[in-house]
Design a protein around this ligand. Structure first.
Ligand SMILES: Cc1ncc(COP(=O)(O)O)c(C=O)c1O
Length: 417
């Protein structure tokens, strides 16, 4: 039955209780039982983000320029800190958005508008990307009528740059590299993509949405992380989400451009309506002011030292997960991860062990399994929520594998994000 619009009001206390009851069956994500959707750095960073968000709960980032000057200054400073972190050259610019998909969408719009100024680029336009690029590129392509060509990946499931080069034609406006890609957590060969972009004068977007705010700190704690940022001259735009491994509250992402004129191409301007000049750098017009101020506060609270400290903890934890998974007979990593995203498959001698069956066992034991297809895998994006549940996870995984042995699998089962 459809819920009726309430006739009278209800006090907060009753609502609070009802809301808690409604979420009673949720996955226990605070104990690391959700492999995606949520992130945790430290309790103190969470508290700072929460307080800073609430302090600007009502302000609207749309009005930053005309009304909320402190908020606007914080937004500018978030962007400047990002430009510094990603070693952007002088003259580079950026803006905040409400998420990775929006950052990608706007970067694609900017590239599309640039392409229209280049007579050598012939419509219909296309984007050339590895198979592992985020679905957001197709979302943008769908709206803007752009074909997204996804190419099989190469060594360690990184982008195959030669295959991408072969797929470029005179309608190709953008190359995509991920740092890292969501499915396998590996960083594409951005240096080689940067060279290709410069050689062919094609826009290169680096999607560092998931890893942008952690990869530089993994480098600083001595992990072997290849360069992926705006120090590489062919990187024309880069997206990085604060609401993931920046440990800031949702919705917060950043989008950077090497050139001011490219940022201009991402903007929307309109004045043929009663309210006059209307300009935004995002698809959303109204934006949560709190997401901007919380990002500013969390970045200052953690600083380089804080992000490095959490990175060290996450790197050790990921190593322990990887070692635990490799120790389970029948499981293998689908790629060696660069950061904290892991993906593993299953195989036994008779081909009768299916990772999706293992996932069903994990589901029954109260874990939300992350699944991938082509190849089939179990996927997890690890942040500090996942330390508490690590030993239980590995024990339940071993039990689920034993249970699934000899059962085979359903070939028609598909992964769901
Ligand atoms: C590599 C990558 N790009 C883009 C996105 C999209 O981000 P959002 O969910 O904030 O739109 C994600 C999300 O996980 C991602 O991992």
């Amino acid at each position: 039955m459809r819920k009726a619009f309430p006739k009278t009001g209800t006090e907060w206390q009753a609502l609070d209780a009802e809301m808690t009851a409604m979420s009673g069956a949720d996955i226990n994500w605070r104990q690391g039982r959700a492999p995606l959707y949520v992130f945790h750095g430290s309790d103190a960073a969470y508290e700072v983000g929460f307080q800073a968000f609430m302090k600007y709960f009502s302000e609207n980032a749309l009005g930053g320029r005309r009304a909320f000057f402190g908020l606007k200054r914080m937004e500018d400073e978030v962007v400047e800190m990002g430009l510094d972190l990603f070693r952007a050259p002088d003259g580079a610019v950026g803006n905040m958005t409400t998420g990775g998909s929006e950052s990608i969408f706007i970067a694609v719009k900017a590239a599309r508008d640039w392409a229209r100024t280049q007579p050598r680029l012939k419509a219909p336009y296309s984007i050339v990307a590895p198979f592992t690029a985020h679905a957001a590129f197709n979302k943008a392509g769908d709206v803007m009528d752009l074909e997204v060509r996804r190419l099989a990946t190469g060594e360690n499931r990184r982008a195959d740059v030669a295959a991408m080069e072969a797929a470029v034609d005179d309608g190709t406006i953008m190359l995509v590299g991920s740092a890292p890609c969501f499915p396998h957590g590996v960083i594409d060969p951005i240096q080689a993509l940067s060279d290709l972009a410069r050689e062919r004068d094609i826009w290169l977007h680096v999607d560092a949405c998931v890893g942008g705010y952690v990869a530089p700190f993994f480098q600083r704690i001595g992990r072997d992380i290849p360069d992926f940022d705006m120090a590489l001259p062919g990187v024309r735009s880069l997206s990085a989400d604060l609401h993931k491994f920046g440990f800031c509250p949702k919705p917060a992402s950043t989008l950077f451009y090497r050139e001011e004129e490219d940022r201009e191409r991402g903007l929307f301007h309109f004045d043929q309506w009663p309210n006059g000049q209307f300009s935004t750098a995002t698809l959303s017009s109204t934006r949560a002011g709190g997401a901007v101020t919380a990002a500013w506060a969390v970045m200052h609270h953690l600083g380089e030292a804080g992000y490095m400290d959490i990175s060290k903890q996450m790197a050790d934890m990921t190593d322990a997960y990887v070692a635990g998974i490799k120790a389970i007979d029948g499981l293998h990593l689908l790629a060696e991860p660069d950061l904290t995203i892991i993906n593993f498959g299953a195989q036994d001698r008779n081909n009768e062990l299916d990772i999706f069956k293992v996932a069903e066992g994990m589901d029954r034991r109260g874990w939300l399994p992350g699944l991938t297809q082509n190849p089939k895998g179990m996927h997890a994006m690890l942040s500090m929520f996942h330390e508490a549940g690590r030993e239980d996870y590995l024990a339940d995984l071993a039990a689920s594998v034993e249970e699934a042995k000899g059962m085979g699998g359903d070939p028609d089962l598909k992964a769901v994000y």
